[in-house]
Structures are given as C-alpha cells and as structure tokens.
Design a protein around this ligand. Structure first.
Ligand code: SF4
Length: 330
C-alpha cells in the first residue's frame, strides 16, 4: 500500500528538522509552514531558531510589535508573510483551531497551509498539496496535465491513511525534497521504483509537464541616497499595506514600467512578479520630513528588505568608511 511504503521510508530517512518535535507543536508547525512558503529549508532553519528563541510560544509572539517581527524577518523576503504572521498571532493569542476550514480564514493561511497545519499538527485527514507533492504524484501517475494541482489533490485524498496522517503529509513532501527531486531524482532509492509510471516510461524529469511562463515585466525607479556628513542615511517607512509594507527604504520615485533612456541602471532585483532596476541619485538634503536619519551601525534595528540593502550598499560604495561599517552592521 502506498501510505505504508511511504511511512516506512520516512521512518528510516526523515531529516531531523527543528520544527519536527516528538510531540507535535502547532505553533512550530504554523511558524515553519509560513516561513517555508517560497523559501528553502536551509534558509528557514536559522530564522526559525531565532524566532522560537525570542518568542518560544504563540502567546509570546502575539505580544510582539509588527516592527519587532519585521526586523527578525528581514532577509527572508515576501514580507506580507511577516505581517500576516503577526496579525494571525494577535488574533489567536493562545491556541490554534484544528480544522482546515477554521484555519483557512486566518491571515496568511491559504488552502495549502490550512491543510498542512491540520494534518501535521493535529493529524487530521487533510490533503496538503505543495510543489513537492505535485512533482511526486505527477511522476508517480505520469499525469499528462500542465497544471495538475486539482488532479493531484483528488488523488492525494484517496491515498491518505487513517492513522499517522500528519506523518504521511510530511513524508510525501520529504520524498519530493530528498529523492524525487526536480532535477536528477534518485529513483533507485525510491520506495515506489516498481510502481512509478514516469519511471517506467523512462521519462521522469518531464513531469510535471512544463507550461510556458509569461515573461516578467521590468519596473524602473530612481533611488535617492541622502547622506549626512557623519555618514547617517535618510530612510523612510513604506506604507503598511502592499509590497514590502511597513519596511524601511531610501526614498524612491514610483516603480513604473517606463524607462528613462538617460538613466544608468545600478541595482537589479527580482521580485516574484517583476524585475526592478534602480538608478541611484545622490542628495545631501531630505526631500521632506517623512523619514529619519539612521547611522549604518543602527541599520540592524530596522527592517530593511534585501532590495534596499542592495541599493544602500551600492549607494554607499563611494563613501569608503561608511561602507565598512555597513558591512559590519548588516
Ligand atoms: S521512482 Fe523516481 S520519479 Fe517515481 S516517485 Fe520515485 S523518485 Fe519520483
């Protein structure tokens, strides 16, 4: 049986991850699931460690300010996750609901995350379909569909065992991460070698079928590097809603898809749905009072997204002494 084989493999080969505790901890499961969205396990581990050290339980993070959460989150990207995390903790304060339906109405918890938490933390029979699961089952069944999520969901529901449902969910994801990898899968080490259809077709890597991606647009901006004599830089806070909401930035012109031919791109950064190219412009006075002076040795106290770190680093290159302290600070 599929689930028996998978669980047997999982018991032997699962990784020791900090959120996989002997007794399931819903707070750890939730925190790790939010952090792991669009982010690798290796990147998440140190962040997860810092979060649980600072906020060991849900009630602790529920008392934190949004700024504190954003500061700890910086560098992890997709900052709406941090804002939703904070909001969700405040709403819950003490405990998580256990059903998929109740979880799904919480901030930052979509159908996948709701099913993952219900299953992993509370052992509910919930089908959590992530990229790993899509890959494993698309190959196992050799699904000839370019967007197989729905089909995979249906098939996964039929495979769910009555016992150890949480372990089953983790096991399938683990198999996708360790064995049924996107490139050069280790089929010889897979418990499904004999029944996998893609393996039989000798065509493993063509599943899941690729669909043509739309070309991502590029947006352009001018970023103002406003430096004071003592090396302090003028920063301002972005609006609380929208991209990088509530985080700090150097002032920029609106990010639009029209390029000024005279401008020279200095910094490039890619977001999920567009590329950004920034031109740098130096000023010695702030444009308005909407901001504050921050010395490089204090940068760590503020939530600076990666794109802004890149811009500041490039902008401060001309100021050698400041650059050195920036490297130390970030
Ligand atoms: S046999 Fe290969 S392709 Fe099939 S599920 Fe296992 S690792 Fe994936």
């Amino acid at each position: 049986m599929f689930s028996e084989k998978l669980l047997k493999w999982y018991d032997l080969f699962k990784r020791n991850l900090p959120w996989r505790t002997e007794r399931k901890n819903p707070y750890f499961v939730w925190l790790s699931e939010i952090m792991l969205q669009q982010t690798t396990v290796a990147t998440v581990i140190p962040y997860f460690g810092r979060f649980i050290l600072k906020w060991p339980e849900l009630k602790d993070i529920a008392k934190a300010s949004l700024d504190e959460v954003l500061v700890e989150w910086q560098g992890l990207g997709y900052y709406s996750r941090a804002r939703n995390l904070h909001q969700c903790a405040q709403l819950l304060a003490n405990a998580f609901p256990q059903s998929e339906e109740e979880l799904r109405i919480l901030p930052g918890i979509g159908p996948y995350t709701a099913a993952a938490i219900a299953s992993i933390a509370f052992d509910k029979k919930a089908a959590a379909v992530d990229g790993n699961v899509i890959r494993v089952l698309s190959r196992y069944y050799a699904l000839q569909l370019p967007m197989p999520r729905k089909e995979v969901h249906q098939r996964l529901k039929k495979l769910l065992p009555n016992k150890r449902c949480g372990d089953f969910t983790e096991a399938l994801m683990e198999l996708g991460a360790l064995v049924c990898r996107p490139k050069i899968p280790l089929c010889e080490e897979c418990p499904f070698l004999e029944t996998c259809k893609a393996y039989k077709l000798k065509n493993v890597e063509s599943f899941p079928l690729k669909h043509l991606k739309e070309k991502m647009p590029t947006r352009y901006t001018t970023a103002f590097i406003i430096c004071r004599q003592d090396g302090a830089l003028w920063l301002r806070k972005r609006p609380s809603k929208g991209l990088l909401g509530g985080m700090m930035e150097v002032p920029t012109t609106p990010w639009i898809e029209v390029k000024n031919a005279k401008q020279k791109t200095c910094v490039k950064h890619t977001f999920t749905h567009f590329h950004l190219e920034a031109t740098l412009c130096y000023r010695d006075k702030p444009p308005d009072r909407d901001g504050l002076w921050v010395h490089p040795h204090d940068f760590k106290k503020y939530a600076l997204p990666t794109v802004m770190k890149k811009i500041i680093k490039a902008g401060l290159k001309e100021f050698e002494s400041v650059q050195n302290s920036f490297d130390d600070a970030v």
